[in-house]
Design a protein around this ligand. Structure first.
Ligand SMILES: Cc1cc2nc3c(=O)[nH]c(=O)nc-3n(C[C@H](O)[C@H](O)[C@H](O)COP(=O)(O)OP(=O)(O)OC[C@H]3O[C@@H](n4cnc5c(N)ncnc54)[C@H](O)[C@@H]3O)c2cc1C
Ligand code: FES
Length: 258
């Protein structure tokens, strides 16, 4: 589906992230994304941060021009949407460790919400540069999750990377799955820890996108396309891809190190 929606709600989640809610009837699963544009502007991929019911949502962090324009949208304004695209998290896992870095929590929160409807037990390790950038902490708590936080500047929770919290949880408790999204360097460490404890991991990946249909190669990730083979990849596929955590591609398709 491809349509223009009217934004109904704008929520400033943290100083750098804003959620926009809008009516969009197509069914969507947690992990899927939509292509978003302001009429007359460029188009960018955004995970659905709210997937249930008609009122969907995206949670936007400013990276460049287009995300700045999308984030500035006020209720009543128009937004172009096509999708949803891509695969999704398997939300039937029983005991899940959710590891989110920065705006990565945007894709993990709806997965946690849906997993709760199947009775999952959730532990969330949430990391951010400082306390006021911890995204969706209260939303995770309201789902009944046990939430542990880490901040780079030590303003709350563990002082340092969220990977230390994830490693601690994996060492002390049994999990059926680890779901992660955030900087790839973080995801690489979480993958290594999950593997050391024999827990299956699924990570949500980001790459530049154009078609979102598996046709243009803009989102190439090793032998995969993030748009159609992902964005959610199991550990074995992440590990088999030499670029994971090391290289991404610039808008022209050139491989550049992180
Ligand atoms: C499947 C998917 C889901 C996403 N979900 C979200 C989300 O929920 N919330 C959110 O805030 N952002 C999300 N993103 C990232 C978002 O699409 C980019 O931030 C956006 O495209 C930036 O566009 P821009 O024109 O504002 O910035 P640009 O000017 O294009 O880029 C600014 C900087 O960000 C880098 N960059 C831009 N796009 C990407 C990308 N896709 N991957 C890696 N680096 C990139 C550029 O290389 C540059 O350094 C998602 C991306 C993908 C592929
Ligand atoms: S965006 Fe075109 S192949 Fe993925």
């Amino acid at each position: 589906m491809r349509t223009i929606v009217r934004v109904t709600e704008r929520v400033q989640e943290t100083p750098s992230t804003v959620t926009l809610r809008f009516p969009y009837p197509p069914s969507a699963a947690p992990g899927q994304f939509v292509m978003v544009w302001i009429p007359g502007d460029d188009e960018i991929p955004m995970s659905l941060s709210y997937t249930q019911g008609v009122s969907k949502g995206i949670t936007v962090k400013v990276m460049g021009e287009t995300s700045r324009h999308v984030q500035a949208i006020e209720p009543g304004a128009s937004l172009g949407i096509r999708g949803p695209y891509g695969n999704h998290f398997d939300v039937r896992a029983r005991r899940v460790l959710v590891v989110g870095g920065g705006s990565g929590a945007a894709v993990l929160a709806p997965a946690a919400a849906e997993a709760r409807t199947f009775g999952a037990e959730l532990v969330v390790a949430l990391g951010a540069i400082r306390a006021d950038e911890l995204l969706f902490r209260e939303r995770f708590r309201s789902l009944g999750a046990r939430v542990r936080v880490a901040t780079d500047d030590g303003s709350e929770g563990h002082a340092g990377y969220v990977t230390a919290v994830a490693e601690d949880e994996l060492a002390r408790h049994r999990f059926d799955a680890v779901w992660t999204c955030g900087p790839e360097v973080m995801m690489r460490k979480v993958l290594a820890a999950a593997e050391a404890h024999g827990v299956p991991l699924f990570g949500s990946m980001e790459r530049h996108m154009k078609c979102a249909l598996g046709m243009c190669d803009a989102c190439a990730f090793g032998s995969y396309h993030v748009c159609s083979d992902g964005p959610v990849f199991p550990a074995d596929r992440l590990k088999a891809t030499a670029d994971f955590g090391r290289f991404h591609r610039d808008p022209s398709g050139r491989r550049v190190p992180f």
